[in-house]
Design a protein around this ligand. Sequence first.
Ligand SMILES: NC(=O)c1ccc[n+]([C@@H]2O[C@H](COP(=O)([O-])OP(=O)(O)OC[C@H]3O[C@@H](n4cnc5c(N)ncnc54)[C@H](O)[C@@H]3O)[C@@H](O)[C@H]2O)c1
Length: 349
Amino acid sequence: MNVVVIGLGSISEMHIKSYQKNPSVSLVGLCDKNQTRAQEKAAHYDVKHVFTEPEEVFQNPEVDAVSICTWNQTHADLAIRALRSGKHVLVEKPISMTVAEAEKVQAAVKESGKMLQVGFVRRFGTNAQVLKSFIDQGKLGDIYYAKASLLRRLGNPGGWFADKDRSGGGPLIDLGVHIIDSCWYLMGRPKVKSITGHVYDQLGNRSNVQNLSFYKTADYDASLNTVEDLANAVITFENGSSLMVDVSYSLHTKKDQLAMQVFGTKGGAELEPELMLVMEENNTILNVEPQIDHRTFDFDNAFQKQIDSFVEACLTGGPSLAPVEDGLEIMRILEGIYQASAQRKPVQL
Ligand SMILES: NC(=O)c1ccc[n+]([C@@H]2O[C@H](COP(=O)([O-])OP(=O)(O)OC[C@H]3O[C@@H](n4cnc5c(N)ncnc54)[C@H](O)[C@@H]3O)[C@@H](O)[C@H]2O)c1
C-alpha cells in the first residue's frame, strides 16, 4: 500500500515512523505547504517524493492512502477530497471542526466506498485494550458512570492551536476529544441524550510564565489566543449512564493531571494514570493491579497499533476500530458542550 503523510509538524513523526515499520506499506511521499519542512523531513526519513500541495497527492494514481496531520480547519476538506480521489484516509483527531463538516465527511466515505479511520489513538493503548477486554467479558457489569480529566496548568500550544478559526476551539476540541472518546468507547459507545457544559477563558495562554517548559506547535506564536482555557461538562446518555469531564490549557492547579475512570455495577477501573481494576469478592474490596508492561498510555506502541490496524482495514476492507461514525458522534458531543456553554442551558440531542 503506497502512503503519503500530509502535514509534517509534531505528530507526523509518529505516523511516518509507524508506516515505515509496517511491512505492507511503502511510504512514498511527504507533503507540507512549508516546502523547507517537507524537504528536510523527506531527507531525514529517506522518503522519495516531496509535495507542497495536497491536491498533487490526491491526483497521483500511485498513492493508495494518506494520513492527514494538518491543522483541524483543513481535516474535513482534505479528507473529502482524498476520498473522492479514491484514497483511503487516516485523519488525525478531531475529524473536523463542526458536526456539519463531519456529516459531509461521512457522506464522502459512503459515496467513495473508501476506508476512513479517525486518529483515536488512545483506543489502541495497551491499557485501554486490556480494560476493554475485561469490560467486554462483563467483569465490570453495566457501566453507568465515567469520569475524565486532563488538566494542564500551562499548556496552550500557541500558533494555530490557539486560533479558533483554524482549530475550532481550545483544550476541549484538542484534548477533550481524546478523553471523551476513550470513556465513551469503554462505556460501549452509548447514544448521547443531553449535555451540560461550561467553557471559560479567564487566564489566557499564560505566556508570561517563565522557567517552565510546555508543549508547543511547530510554528509557535503566543501573540494570538482566541480559544477557551478550561471546559467542563456532564454528558448524559440514553441508557441513563453519564460522563463527567474537565480539560484545560491554563489553570491554577498544583500540577498537570490525567485521570480516567469507569464505574460499573460489578466493578470499576482506572484507565489513567495507571490501569487498575476495582472489584468486590468474598465481601472484600480488591484493588487489582494488572501485570502488564505498560499500565499507562504507551504512546509509541499505540501509534504503531493504530497505523497497523488502519493498514489492515484498508487491505481487507475493514471494519476500522475508529470509524467515521465515531468521529461524527464525538463531534456532536464536543459541539454540544460549546453550545450548552454559549446558551447557558443544557443541550438535548
Ligand atoms: N493523536 C495525537 O495524540 C495528536 C497529538 C498532537 C496533535 N494531533 C493532531 O494532529 C494534527 C496536527 O497537529 P501538530 O501538533 O502536528 O501540528 P503542527 O502545527 O506541529 O503541524 C501541522 C503541519 O501541517 C502543515 N499544514 C497545515 N495546513 C496544511 C495544508 N493545507 N497542506 C499541507 N500542509 C499543511 C503545517 O505547515 C505544519 O507543518 C492536529 O489536528 C492535532 O489535533 C494529534
